[in-house]
Design a protein around this ligand. Structure first.
Ligand code: NAP
Ligand code: MG
Length: 480
């Protein structure tokens, strides 16, 4: 079947390409349109034209559209989650949880806009009142990665629409089916034509047309730091668009001698291997003090081989395939690099040949490496975790910051003093105590420091800062 783009309230498409299942590349999911720059520009013009209509919609009607989208996502989460897992490769229970989260995100923003959106101040002048008011930023380009094909689009699209913006959404080329399913639901929710547009296609064509358009007011991007830097530069040099970029991570988990070993092992397994390690918040550096370090090596080397790698749609699967051949190649390259850098391969390290052709790789543990090795500095984005030994608590906490990234970091310890020291010095946007670095909630700020983020935080009430602009209003009340 052929699936089209959604532009100005119409389905339209050309240049169809086949999307395959990473658990079984013989399984073809569908044929998806690939937009060109002209298609993208028509989507942008449609969104610009619909701006004045949508911003004038009463909030109660915007709320009802968002609730319709949220309800449809929640009612169909099992089916949408399974389709997501078939396309992206994460185990089906994770796919279903993600579809549910996307639904809840639309409901969250439906409620959020019921709250007061402005403030009142006193003035130094007599009979004068100062107020602030939040206006939509305007027309927003949304560019998303493939690793959360429903949750990330939802956490950008929902606040964009809620705060009165119109949207041009470009999903990652690898996951058009999830984007199309979400778009179908949005198209049936009661929006005026042109308020929401979806253009599938490559970053270099569709993405570039968005970031270099001077007709858009803002671009929100999630993806790699390399692409994010180019996007930010394009946005600034083409119309000085507002930009928000959530990018890569190289997240450290510190495990101290006094840690609960069971909590530590479970946090590492969850953080490193859930979603096949393809999470921006995945744990990839475990920094441990001398008593705990050998115990972690022993426990993890026994536990990791028991994890079942397999088809994402098999409910007994712990770890699905990587999302693409390119991802598999990247992981293989980093494992070879780790060995050549002198790290010790403790578990895994190999591609898995299965009955159905898919991009399977063993969950992998390195030990004996040091922080400056490339495998401990660069984002691998796969099921690979490296143990680094630190001589004492202070150096372990200091090493947690020893990367260019600053998305998430965590500590496992029973010592309140060590927790305080960690919280005071960890340079990351999301900090976790006695839990995995990887799990976040939708109603609180999300984002990172250093090369991991640029611009305001996402999610929760933080999203409002990006999707609105503030007017400050000075009123003189009566002159008699
Ligand atoms: P990516 O390669 O940077 O791509 C992200 C998006 O940008 C895709 O839609 C891509 O299109 C598009 N794109 C690529 N080049 C572009 C260009 N020159 N101009 C405009 N758009 C362009 O990232 P990915 O491989 O999809 O995802 C993995 C990365 O995302 C990892 O680094 C991960 O850490 C990061 N991530 C970060 C967060 C966070 O919140 N911090 C969350 C999830 C993922 P095509 O791929 O379709 O060509
Ligand atoms: Mg990429």
């Amino acid at each position: 079947m052929q699936y089209e783009n959604y532009i100005g309230g119409r389905w339209t498409g050309r240049n169809f390409t086949t999307n395959v299942n990473p658990s079984d590349t013989n399984d073809e999911i569908g044929m998806y349109a690939s937009a060109d720059a002209d298609d993208t520009n028509s989507a942008i013009e449609s969104a610009v034209a619909a701006q004045s209509i949508w911003r004038a919609y009463p909030p109660s009607e915007r709320i009802s559209v968002l609730r319709n989208i949220g309800n449809a996502l929640l009612a169909r989460k099992d089916e949408l989650g399974a389709a997501l897992s078939r396309e992206e490769g994460k185990p089906v229970r994770e796919g279903i949880a993600e579809a549910g989260r996307a639904g809840n995100t639309f409901h969250y923003y439906a409620s959020a806009i019921e709250h007061a959106q402005g403030e009142t101040y006193s003035s130094a002048l007599p009979k004068t009142l100062i107020q602030t008011r939040r206006n939509p930023v305007g027309t927003v380009g949304i560019i998303t990665p493939w690793n959360f094909p429903l949750a990330i689009p939802a956490w950008k699209i929902a606040p964009a629409l809620a705060y009165g913006n119109t949207v041009v959404f470009k999903p990652a080329e690898l996951v058009p089916s999830s984007a199309w399913a979400l778009t179908k639901i949005i198209s049936e929710a009661g929006l005026p034509d042109g308020v929401f547009n979806m253009v599938m296609g490559s970053g270099s064509v569709v993405g570039k047309a968005i970031t270099t358009s001077s007709r858009l007011n803002a671009v929100t991007f999630t993806g790699s730091s390399f692409v994010g830097a180019e996007i930010a530069a394009d946005c600034i040099s083409h119309g000085a668009k507002r930009i928000q970029a959530e990018m890569g991570g190289k997240n450290s988990l510190v495990v101290l001698d006094d840690a609960d070993l069971t909590i530590a092992v479970e946090a590492i397994i969850d953080g490193a291997f859930k979603s096949t390690g393809q999470r921006c918040t995945a744990t990839s550096r475990v920094i441990s003090t001398p008593q705990m370090y050998p115990r972690l090596v022993e426990q993890l080397s026994a536990r990791i081989p028991t994890l079942k790698v397999g088809d994402a749609l098999d409910p007994s699967t712990d770890i699905g395939p990587l999302a693409s051949q390119q991802q598999l190649n990247q992981v293989r390259k980093y494992v070879e690099l780790g060995v050549s850098e002198g790290a010790e391969l403790i578990a895994g390290g190999h591609e898995i040949r299965s009955a159905s052709p898919g991009f399977y790789f063993e969950p992998t543990l390195f030990a004996g490496g040091h922080s400056q090795m490339r495998i401990n500095q660069e984002e691998i984005f796969g099921p690979v975790v490296c143990l680094i030994e630190a001589p004492d608590v202070d150096s372990a906490i200091a090493l947690a910051n020893d990367t260019q990234y600053g998305l998430a970091a965590g500590i496992i310890t029973d010592s309140q003093r060590s927790i305080e020291r960690f919280l005071d010095s960890a340079d990351a946007g999301m900090l976790h105590v006695n839990r995995s670095t990887a799990n976040t909630e939708l109603h609180v700020p999300f984002g990172g420091n250093k090369s991991s983020s640029y611009g305001p935080r996402e999610q929760g009430t933080a999203a409002r800062d990006f999707f609105t602009s503030t007017s400050t209003i000075y009123s003189t009340t009566g002159t008699d």
